[in-house]
Structures are given as structure tokens and as C-alpha cells.
Design a protein. Structure first.
Length: 257
């Protein structure tokens, strides 16, 4: 091979390597890059629920303010042999690191709820990434876990929120059943709202908050009611499909045949 040809091939190899390094720098967690399409009719959708024949639902708790009931919630979950998903803000992680460790030790999902609980759709792409990766680093330092589930604060999202999360290795998660525990109507209201919700079905994702006034009080009866309806309660990570799926217009994951 002529010297000039060798030089060209060597330079080409350097260029390819440089591009690979640049890509890895753009997406710090590129090894877990989510590659499945979430586009439906030209819109990017988060996961609201899952199409499944298995009688399973996922229970989730957003943790952004307070920890007064966290241990009580963990105790009830342990007593009922139930594992769930906690979506945590960066501020909550900083304020209650021992709770984060306890949640992880108990076998529950650790989920990302952004650093500062802002409306993600109003942020620049760089700001979105910082909101995600700041919490990611904090939780990984505490537990060693690389989180992969993200719930946007206020349920606020647009195409770029979903795409940015995907590029940073995250599945964006919404909910199909809102317990309305944040309205503080009382424990009975929470139980009735969930158990009689028109969207409660196989594959439902249920939204609760660990800091709401009556959630801990309602939790045991809520778990009992779901089990009496025949549902197995699982973490979101065990409910959703990670590959070979598509979405319908409601944000329901459907397994590819």
C-alpha cells in the first residue's frame, strides 16, 4: 500500500474515533440509550400504561416534598410484600439521602423526577439534560443505581422532553390512574378513586405522592383492594416493555407481535 493511501486511512480512523468520543460526551449514559420509537402520528408520547394480558398494575409515588410518611409507607409495602416505584427530585434526594438508600435496600424502583421540579417543556435542551443528570449522579453516588425511569414534574411534556429523556437513557413515564391524593380529600377518597377508576385495568400505572396528607393512611386498604380485584402490584420497571413495542394514541405500550 502506498504511503499516501496509508495516511488517508489512518486519518479516517482518527476521525471515526473522534466522532465516537464526541457522541459519548453528548450522552453521558449512551450505553443505556433508549432506541425504541415512541412516536405516534408525529408526536412523541410518554408511557401512560401497558397492554398486557397479565393482571398486573404498577403503583408509583412522586417524592418532591417532605418525608414524614416515607418510613410508614415502606413498612406497609414490606408487610404486604409489594414493590413500587419512587420518582424523586434532586432536592428530595439531597434532603433525605437515608430514605433514598432505604427505598433502594427495600427493592423498590428508583425513578428520576428532575432536579428542581420545573416545567420541563419550558427549558432548553441543555437545561433538560442538567435536570435529569444532576439527580442521576446523586442517586448513583448514594446507591450505585443508574436510573432509567423519568416522570416529568406536573406531567408536563412535549416532543423534545421525551426525546431528550430518551437520549439520556430514560423511559418517560406518565400514569393512567391518578389517585388524586394531592387534593387531600381523605383516605377513603383515595381508595375509592383508584379502585373505581374507569381506567383501572391490566397494565395501569397508578400515581400517588409520598408527601400527600392521607396517602399513608389509605395505602394498606388500597393494596388490599387491588389484590382483591386480582391485580398483582409490580414496579414500573417490571411492567413496561423495554424493547420490541410500539405505542397507541393513548400512550399505551403494545408489544410487537
Amino acid at each position: 500500500m502506498k504511503e499516501e493511501t496509508k495516511r488517508r486511512w489512518r486519518n479516517r480512523g482518527i476521525l471515526v474515533l473522534t466522532l465516537m468520543v464526541a457522541l459519548a460526551g453528548s450522552y453521558k449514559y449512551v450505553e443505556s440509550y433508549v432506541s425504541v420509537s415512541s412516536n405516534v402520528n408525529g408526536r412523541e408520547l410518554p408511557i401512560y400504561s401497558v397492554d398486557t394480558e397479565e393482571k398486573k398494575v404498577a403503583l408509583s409515588f412522586d417524592a418532591a416534598w417532605g418525608n414524614e410518611d416515607t418510613q410508614k409507607i415502606l413498612d406497609i409495602l414490606k408487610e404486604n410484600d409489594v414493590h413500587v416505584t419512587f420518582f424523586m427530585t434532586g432536592g428530595w434526594v439531597e434532603s433525605y439521602p437515608d430514605d433514598v438508600k432505604a427505598i433502594h435496600k427495600a427493592g423498590h424502583d428508583l425513578g428520576n423526577h428532575s432536579e428542581n421540579h420545573k416545567n420541563m417543556s419550558q427549558l432548553s435542551d441543555d437545561e433538560k439534560t442538567k435536570e435529569l443528570l444532576s439527580v442521576h449522579e446523586k442517586v448513583k453516588k448514594l446507591t450505585g443505581v443508574d436510573m432509567e425511569l423519568f416522570r416529568p414534574p406536573y406531567g408536563d411534556y412535549d416532543d423534545q422532553v421525551v426525546l431528550n429523556a430518551k437520549g439520556n437513557g430514560y423511559y418517560t413515564i406518565q400514569w393512567s390512574v391518578d389517585s388524586l391524593d394531592w387534593k387531600d380529600y381523605g383516605a377513603d377518597s383515595i381508595i375509592d378513586t383508584v379502585l373505581n377508576h374507569e381506567a383501572l385495568e391490566n397494565g395501569s400505572i397508578i400515581l400517588c405522592h409520598n408527601g400527600a396528607k392521607y396517602t399513608a393512611e389509605a395505602l394498606e386498604a388500597l393494596i388490599k383492594g387491588l389484590k382483591e380485584k386480582g391485580y398483582e402490584i409490580v414496579p414500573i420497571s417490571e411492567l413496561i416493555y423495554k424493547k420490541d413495542y410500539h405505542m397507541d394514541v393513548t400512550g399505551k405500550q403494545i408489544k410487537d407481535s
